[in-house]
Design a protein around this ligand. Structure first.
Ligand code: SF4
Ligand code: SF4
Length: 432
């Protein structure tokens, strides 16, 4: 694609990078076929190619974002299916990241939109705030149908509906400290506790820690770890996102210097995609660029690390698993076959639902901010999963678990919970 940036514009490293990305696009349109918003809405401006044109026009003309650009960029799930499909290697992820920062800096959103975004940014990344907020949401749930009728309040209704019903189980998995290996030592890793996941389902990291320590891996939960920054990063709130990244880089760097780390284990693929990008996010920060690149190189999805431990094949469990590959797993991190291979080796019969490349509509806070499109994608995903007639659904991202779980009666588990069970851990309560 031809671009017309001035030399002065290109002196800005962010613009220079976006220009390079734009120039790779040859407008072939292959990406439109796999873009969930184009498939759902059928509007070129809700396709990757359409968004690329909008971003080019906005950046090239040094224009503040307007309502039209914001509408179509907000509808993008950042699922990155377009990057998997693109034959020219267009780095849409970093282009849309730049566009979101530009929007945040130059566009004044309507009051309710601003308030809801601010509230999400102030609550979700902090477990001590998110936990009581969920309790309140459960109380407010009966009002969801009423709020749905008031357009600006639909995100609030979506939030209430997504809040898990029933009491959340307390988990010890986020308590800082060292979990000693229970077999001959094979490695030392740190595990990300994160923000929303330990509140919504602490059992996931419990299973990961049980499995790893049983296999001889020392697992450290470092003091001071927190949200990876993805939630605010996807809202275009660059500085808070970089602050989260710097804090985690400091914590893990201390741990690397103290006892060495073979990997930083992540059990939520949305967070994994962001942490693997810390090196890029902090590339212009002289004090952090090198440390952040080292952290990104050590970041591993739990299935990537478990695969290196070469587990033995197990007898059949007589159970069919529909594997839902989160977008951040398959498109963001390009991990496609590994989790399925591990499940099959562990004795599960694994099924691939149709249209596996399409997002379930979760996408961070997307299911709150864009509830109508998200609901359509969820219904489509659940239909495809249920058509495989599984006993259980497995996936590697808490966002997908919450989203899909709110649309089906089938049990949904994290891949590592099934692996833990297959290799000597307790049967997951959801399968009882
Ligand atoms: S597939 Fe790639 S090159 Fe083709 S229009 Fe989409 S982004 Fe551009
Ligand atoms: S990230 Fe997903 S929703 Fe956004 S343009 Fe690409 S394919 Fe479409």
């Amino acid at each position: 694609m031809q671009t017309n940036f001035t030399a002065e514009q290109l002196a800005d490293p962010y613009v220079a990078e976006s220009e390079k990305i734009l120039r790779r696009c040859v407008h072939c349109g292959f990406c439109t076929a796999t873009c969930p918003t184009y498939v759902t809405l059928g509007n070129e401006l809700d396709s990757p190619r359409g968004r690329i044109y909008l971003i080019k026009d906005m950046l090239e003309n040094d224009r503040p974002a307007d309502a039209e650009v914001v509408t179509h960029i907000d509808r993008c799930l950042s699922c990155l299916a377009c990057m998997t499909t693109c034959p020219s290697g267009v780095d849409y992820m970093h282009l849309v990241d730049h566009a979101r920062v530009h929007i945040e800096k130059t566009y004044r959103r309507p009051l309710m939109d601003r308030m809801i975004r601010q509230m999400l940014a102030m609550i979700l990344p902090y477990p001590s705030r998110f936990r009581p907020a969920l309790a309140l949401a459960r109380l407010g749930r009966p009002f969801a149908p009423l709020l749905k009728g008031i357009k600006p309040l639909r995100p609030v209704a979506a939030m209430l509906e997504l809040a898990p019903q029933g009491r959340l189980k307390h988990s010890d998995s986020a308590r800082p400290g060292v979990r000693a290996p229970e077999a001959a030592r094979r490695g030392r890793v740190a595990i990300l506790t994160g923000c929303a996941q330990p509140v919504l389902d602490g059992g996931i990291n419990e299973a990961a820690i049980r499995l790893l320590t049983r296999l001889g891996v020392e697992v450290v939960v470092p003091e001071g770890e927190g949200c990876c920054g993805a939630l605010v990063h996807h809202m275009g709130k660059e500085e808070p996102a970089l602050d989260f990244a710097r804090r985690n880089v400091d914590v893990w760097t201390r741990e690397i210097e103290r006892g060495g780390l073979d990997a930083i284990i992540i059990t939520a693929s949305g967070c994994g995609t962001t942490i693997k990008d810390y090196g890029h996010m902090l590339r212009l920060d002289r004090a952090y660029a090198e440390k952040a690149a080292r952290v990104s190189a050590l970041a591993k999805d739990v299935t990537e690390y478990v695969a290196t431990l070469e587990l033995p094949a197990q007898d059949s469990k007589g159970m069919t698993v529909a594997y839902h590959s989160a977008c951040s797993m398959q498109h963001g991190q390009k991990i496609t076959q590994l989790p399925k291979a591990l499940l099959a080796k562990a004795g599960f019969k694994v099924r691939d639902p149709a249209e596996g490349h399409l997002c379930c509509g979760s996408a961070g806070t997307y299911n709150i901010m864009q509830p109508e499109i998200s609901a359509q994608l969820k219904a489509r995903k659940v239909r495809n999963i249920e058509a495989t007639q599984p006993d259980v659904i497995a996936t590697g991202n808490i966002g997908c678990m919450t989203q899909i779980g709110s649309g089906t009666a089938l049990p949904i588990l994290h891949t590592v919970e099934l692996l833990d069970w297959a290799y000597g851990g307790p049967k997951p309560a959801k399968l009882a």
